[in-house]
Design a protein around this ligand. Structure first.
Ligand code: IMP
Ligand code: MG
Length: 175
């Protein structure tokens, strides 16, 4: 990485402001509904923690783990459920929260899975959308930021086992 420099795509301040607004919109849209936020680990743990604190209506929160990129930058195109939803979501309004929709394969798989469990409604909410790389025919219902086709890290997103704790979203550029 010595010949690379950090390029901040989305600052902490921008993220915080956008999530506050997103929380308001979701709270309005889900008023009177049985909201269940389903956070996909590990990438969305930071986004989820901030998002649910911007939501002002009662909400349940659960976590699910799907197989991810591991150390690769490209999806295997196969999604495995490593840890399933711990609760019965039948009749609930599930909002699947992830860090990013890239090919869309993960989100499509999880949405179909949650539907098969009898949820009343299933929608998606992501911090980032990379529409240029889409393979599955889905688009997120709620998206904080659309980004170009660059590999990004920070704010929950990883490269190898690192960078999830960086409080903004960045990529590497040649010096
Ligand atoms: P998809 O199934 O291709 O949409 O990929 C979803 C998952 O790939 C996300 O939850 C991320 O964990 C990972 N991913 C996709 N793009 C990036 C990126 O630019 N940086 C880090 N992880 C990414
Ligand atoms: Mg992920």
């Amino acid at each position: 990485m010595e010949d690379k420099k950090e390029n901040i795509l989305i600052s902490t301040e921008e993220i915080n402001a956008r999530i506050k607004d997103m929380g308001k919109v979701i709270s309005e849209d889900y008023k009177g509904k049985k909201l269940y936020v389903l956070s996909l680990l590990r990438g969305s743990f930071i986004f989820t923690a901030d998002l649910v604190r911007a939501i002002t209506i009662p909400t349940q929160i659960g976590f699910m783990t799907t197989s991810s990129y591991g150390h690769l930058e490209n999806s295997s195109g196969q999604v495995n459920i490593v840890n399933d939803i711990p609760d019965n979501v039948e009749g609930l309004d599930v909002l699947v929260v992830d860090d990013i929709v890239d090919t869309g394969i993960t989100m499509e798989h999880v949405i179909n899975h949650v539907k098969s469990l009898g949820a009343s409604s299933v929608k998606s909410c992501v911090l980032l959308d990379k529409p240029e790389r889409r393979v599955a025919s889905i688009s997120p219902d709620y998206c904080c930021f659309e980004i170009p086709d660059v590999f990004v890290v920070g704010y929950g997103l990883n490269y190898g086992d690192y960078y999830r704790n960086i409080p903004y979203v960045f990529n590497w550029e040649d010096k």
